[in-house]
Design a protein around this ligand. Structure first.
Ligand SMILES: Cc1cc2nc3c(=O)[nH]c(=O)nc-3n(C[C@H](O)[C@H](O)[C@H](O)COP(=O)(O)OP(=O)(O)OC[C@H]3O[C@@H](n4cnc5c(N)ncnc54)[C@H](O)[C@@H]3O)c2cc1C
Length: 395
């Protein structure tokens, strides 16, 4: 049975994170360094120094890497609190793609690789990137379209291809490159200054919360030593699932916090702004929007907690992919409805940068696409419906 009661450590940590975000991080939201292609490097350093001093850096990783070794349920509570500012997850070093990469490295990397790549990443001494998606008709929703190749040459592998929409590609210390090896795929760890990795451009996108923005990268004869293969050769697609199931869910957690913030701002406006002789909230059209926000936020919270509970309690070797697909679709769409209503409630102010609601709306719109667009998740769930039906027919 799913346990909804929060333990004392979880509650205490969430309270500390909430206070930290309110007192230390929200004031940075007006800092000009917070805009552009994600928060600037010096701002990230400044915020992370504060989180480090408060003992809140990378709370999700194991204690041996400086974190608190939280389970998924505890992570849910803490990340929701961190997401209350779009800068919060960056400050706590639990933003994508680094947080998902830390999870993957903890699960799959060798001890030596952990020392070299995970340790500085968890400490906030470098950033990382995850290089999967490709332009020019390569891999997007369909992993089988992976066109970047890696061929073995002695004790090295030589990688060729192009990648795009690579979050944090500019400024990252290292990347995890997904490349085709024969009929399957392999993950490689590569320093981003390896000869042959070239930044073609940074894309101008709808969102701007992730440091470095989203890059287009060329990989021309990138030579990676064999000991920088992450896990086993040809196991890349399996590891992608190990990374993706929790990574989708942590996005849900962080953006839940942002949607709650938007709701609080909209509620404040609706209760104080007058129109036609009474506060907006007393007009049914506005009051019902706020009521619908409460419903969406609570349903999203329950979906996150349920999926986190599944990830914590699954001992059958399954990765929780189906559950995280369900959570991703339900939560991203619910939070988008919340953000959209908040823009509407704020009227003209909703589309200005005078409140964070405008950014939250843009960020959550993008979330409906990355880590699997809603349609792809629905499509894979529909396949499950058919499989289950066949199973019931004895097929
Ligand atoms: C802000 C942002 C950050 C990102 N960061 C990274 C990153 O760090 N690293 C990385 O590797 N990638 C990253 N991506 C890429 C992201 O994972 C892809 O955009 C996503 O997987 C979809 O691939 P695509 O853009 O090629 O869309 P396509 O595959 O071209 O699909 C386009 C649309 O077709 C529809 N569609 C596709 N398949 C189906 C189906 N089976 N049934 C019904 N409809 C379908 C969906 O509506 C989908 O949105 C990022 C993307 C964004 C927007």
């Amino acid at each position: 049975m799913v346990e909804f009661e929060r333990g004392p450590r979880e509650r205490e940590l969430a309270e500390r994170v909430s206070a930290f975000i309110r007192e230390e991080i929200i004031p940075f939201e007006r800092d000009p360094r917070a805009f552009g292609h994600g928060p600037a490097a010096d701002l990230v350093r400044e915020m992370q120094a504060k989180a480090r001093a408060a003992g809140l850096l990378a709370p999700h990783v194991g204690t041996e890497w400086g974190g608190q070794g939280l389970n998924h349920r505890e992570i849910a509570t803490v990340f929701r609190a961190a997401g209350y500012s779009t800068l919060g997850p960056v400050a706590l070093n639990c933003m994508a793609p680094d947080e998902g990469n830390m999870h993957l490295l903890e699960k799959v990397a060798t001890e030596e690789q952990k020392q070299r790549f995970l340790k500085p990443l968890a400490a906030g001494d470098c950033r990382s990137a995850f290089l999967m998606t490709e332009p020019d008709g390569g891999v997007g929703s369909d992993p089988s379209m992976l066109s970047t190749t890696a061929r073995q040459d002695g004790n090295h592998w030589v990688i060729n291809g192009r990648k795009w929409l690579i979050t944090g590609g500019e400024g990252a210390g290292f990347g995890i490159i997904m490349a085709r090896t024969g009929q399957s795929a392999t993950m490689f760890l590569a320093d981003m200054n390896t000869p042959g990795i070239k930044l073609d451009r940074i894309l101008d996108t709808i969102d701007n919360s992730m440091p470095g923005g989203h890059a287009v990268l060329s990989l021309d004869d990138v030579r990676v030593p064999a000991d920088q293969i992450l896990g086993e050769v040809d196991e890349g697609f399996r590891y992608a699932q190990v990374r993706l199931a929790p990574a989708r869910l942590t996005h849900c957690m962080r953006w839940w916090g942002a949607a709650q913030r938007a709701h609080d701002i909209a509620a404040d406006y609706a209760c104080t702004r007058q129109a036609f002789g009474k506060p907006l909230v007393d007009h049914e059209g506005v009051g019902y929007m706020l009521a619908d926000n409460l419903l969406d936020l609570k349903q999203a919270e329950l979906m996150i907690d349920w999926c986190a509970w599944v990830l914590d309690n699954r001992h059958d070797g399954a990765t929780g992919t189906t559950e995280s697909s369900m959570a991703k679709v339900a939560v991203s769409e619910a939070l988008y409805r919340v953000a959209d209503r908040c823009v509407q409630i704020l009227g003209g102010k909703g589309v200005t940068r005078d409140t964070p609601v405008e950014q939250i709306f843009r960020e959550i719109r993008a979330f409906r696409i990355y880590d699997g667009p809603s349609e792809v998740h629905r499509w894979s769930l529909a396949k499950k419906v058919k499989r289950d039906w066949r199973h019931r027919q004895g097929g």
